[in-house]
Ligand binder design. Sequence first.
Ligand SMILES: *Cc1c(COP(=O)(O)O)cnc(C)c1O
Length: 381
Amino acid sequence: MSRPFPPLRDELRGIEPYGAPQMSHEQAPVQLNVNENPYAPSDALAASLATAISTVAADLNRYPDREFVALREELAGYLNTSGGSGITPRMVWAANGSNEVMQQLLQAFGGPGRTALSFAPTYSMYPEYARNTLTEWTVGHREEDFGLDLERARALIEDVRPALVLLPSPNNPTGTALPPEAVSMLCEAVGDGGLLVVDEAYGEFRRSGTPSALELLPHHRNLVVTRTMSKAFALAGARLGYLAADPAICDALRIVRLPYHLSATTQATASVALSYVDELLAHVDDLRVERDATVTWLRGQGLDVADSDANFVLFGRFADRHAVWQGLVDRGVLIRETGPDGWLRVSIGTADEMAAFRSALTETMTQTQQAEQTQQMEESR
Ligand SMILES: *Cc1c(COP(=O)(O)O)cnc(C)c1O
């Protein structure tokens, strides 16, 4: 049997690697496309990071602590102030971004003959973890308002018997959070034969009154809640994601993780960031205010806007969303063409960046309306 070179797995042939379009800051000075936190580390935080890294540097000939004991302890402490209670270090696991955490979950609990399930529209990486781990992939659907019909969701779970259900709350790209009764009901529907993974990558941005699934950990041993430092902690470049779950689940992940997967510099970086939590979460409050103002402004323009508990907003609906996206790019503002047809997603930036977004969108919408009117006039002639 001859294979074409390179001898890639057949099902990976012709597949494009995942990635949002990236543009340079010259091309698009206002970057609101990948839900990054716009606030760079303060000088004080950057200096503390440099000190910690230089301490670690003196020991880089050695492998890091494979079980990252100190960091697990600090992460548990933080989670107990962020919706959780009674979370111990043995209930915490971490890896290089929550994407790696979730792929490890599929490696350990998915695999051939098992199914992972989610509800669209949702995060586009989930089917990729399934493909990478040879796990079957099934997708149900969200309702018109991007929420879940719990009866339909339960029926699908009972029919498919998934090993994993992946549910972001708040959901990307819609910003929709799950009500707590949904988490409990779905944990029960999944049963001990599977895990419900609530991906709280945007958990810290939730509106007041929206609870975290962390609160439900004591009641459901098949519940896994993932978090990341990429969004609220403004550390997307450091790559640190983590989860809280039953200690038996964390132990199972140690079987599939690669040796010393969490570098000494990553562990030190995350640990310093946790000591700056108050400063970092103050920016989260600013972003939540800016998010709510953006939702109100977009609605004021007569647009449809999904309620958002995240640091981004999904809005529409445009007959030609690509034209609107392009109009913004032409004015130096990069947002994301994602979600259901006709919708666009904007990440929340600083007040200045959002002002640039508003004026670019206003100009673009005026321009497209004029173009449509001209076209209608020509057609009626
Ligand atoms: C951004 C995001 C993540 C975080 O990914 P990291 O690997 O931690 O950077 C996880 N889930 C969703 C839904 C996201 O949008």
